[in-house]
Design a protein around this ligand. Structure first.
Ligand SMILES: NC(=O)C1=CN([C@@H]2O[C@H](COP(=O)(O)OP(=O)(O)OC[C@H]3O[C@@H](n4cnc5c(N)ncnc54)[C@H](OP(=O)(O)O)[C@@H]3O)[C@@H](O)[C@H]2O)[C@H](O)CC1
Ligand SMILES: [K+]
Length: 360
């Protein structure tokens, strides 16, 4: 006699517990939740593929013999496939969350009312750092100056879209920090000059590396003036129409140290309607993941590089994505979707209103 039990035979709690114990002892065990999710993803993927294959067979049978039974079976399969595909997305999102990656799984729209990617990803600090290491490693082969050039160009392009030089009566002040975020600012300053802006640069803590020395030299050659210290609030208002904040990026940690503490204090007192701030990658002083916990300034424009970071999740100003350099294979490897860049543009508008349907 076959002693295997199917679920219909269960008629008491004890039977059910016994049945569950036996199932648990038979099914494969996974050491981590991630492994189990991975297994479920593969399972659902195979299930969908089988149903799709079966539908092809049913369709050819229906062509031979238009029996409505075939048609009904196909319709049922389509409904199940749809359900399973939604389940698959949920599982994939769960896996990404387990891996520390956060997904915004809602329909969003940019200011031009274009529907955006459903899986806009907000990276944590460690993921952002890991991503750069991977891009600049053997597998992807980028160099820092290459990425910086594209990042800085996209910053200048985004600024051009939001604060067109024809609308600014005064100069732009670019404030550069000691790391790569500062380097992006130097590149952006040079491109801004090519785009028709007059640019001053404050670069209070310089490094000795050739990359930064050369970027500074290039800025001087296009006519940027390097100023020695931050002007007073009143002087900033009288001299500048826009401040570019390239002080800190995703490596910022801890309390803000001198000389940037007083600079960020002054910027936090700046009336944003008179002199808006455009921040590169992270608004400087914000926690990379938790956002404006120190109650410092909020930029009018944020240009996120490569992918937005967690601090930008609830940011409501102009938000552009730049750094158009992620190869498709990299996006696939990291399971990231980013909004489509229009044509040959270096930036894309990702400002959005959550849950709002622009057609309403
Ligand atoms: N793939 C990309 O998207 C690319 C992004 N790029 C840009 O690079 C930055 C990250 O650059 P990184 O050099 O890693 O770091 P930061 O620029 O963010 O800052 C590092 C410097 O800041 C100092 N620091 C850190 N915390 C503080 C603080 N609390 N007070 C004062 N100073 C601080 C730190 O000083 P240390 O003394 O700690 O060394 C560093 O000097 C990313 O955001 C993008 O903008 C690249 O262009 C390439 C591609
Ligand atoms: K910044």
């Amino acid at each position: 006699m076959n002693d295997m039990k199917d679920s219909n035979d269960i008629n008491s709690d004890e039977d059910e517990q016994e049945y569950q114990r036996r199932i648990d002892s038979i099914k494969p065990h996974y050491s981590t939740e991630e492994e189990l999710l991975q297994f479920n993803i593969e399972d659902v993927t195979k299930f969908i593929a089988n149903l799709e294959k079966s539908n092809v067979e049913l369709a050819s049978a229906y062509i031979e013999d238009p029996d409505p039974v075939y048609y009904e079976a196909m319709t049922e399969n389509v409904a199940i496939i749809e359900k399973k595909k939604n389940q698959l997305i949920e599982l994939q999102n769960l896996l990404l969350e387990k891996q520390g990656l956060f997904i915004y799984n809602i329909v969003t729209y940019n200011r031009n009312k274009q529907k955006m990617s459903k899986k806009l990803l907000y990276l944590g600090q460690n993921e952002a750092i890991k991503m750069d290491v991977l891009l600049m490693g053997k597998e992807y082969g980028f160099s820092v100056d290459q990425l910086m050039e594209l990042a800085g160009l996209s910053v200048a392009s985004s600024i051009y879209k939001v604060y067109n030089p024809s609308t600014l009566s005064k100069k732009v002040l670019t404030i550069c920090g000691p790391g790569n975020n500062g380097g992006d600012g130097l590149v952006a300053a040079r491109h801004l000059v090519h785009f028709g802006y007059k640019v001053d640069i404050l670069y209070p803590k310089r490094t000795d590396k050739d990359l930064y020395k050369n970027l500074t030299l290039q800025c001087e050659h296009v006519g940027c003036e390097l100023i020695g210290s931050l002007p007073t609030l009143e002087e900033i208002i009288n001299t500048y129409s826009l401040v570019v904040d390239s002080i800190f990026g995703y490596s910022f940690k801890g309390d803000i140290r001198a000389p940037f503490d007083s600079i960020i204090n002054t910027l936090s007192m700046l009336p944003s309607d008179l002199v808006p701030i455009a921040s590169v990658d992270i608004p400087s002083g914000w926690d990379v993941e938790q956002g404006n916990i120190r109650n410092t300034f909020t930029p009018g424009l944020l240009i996120s590089l490569a992918t937005p970071k967690k601090c930008a999740e609830n940011y409501k100003g102009f938000h552009y994505l730049g750094g158009r350099f992620l190869p498709k294979s990299f996006l696939e490897e990291m399971n990231i979707e980013i909004p489509k860049y229009p044509g040959s543009e270096q930036c894309v508008d990702i400002s959005f209103q959550e849950h709002e349907d622009p057609t309403l």
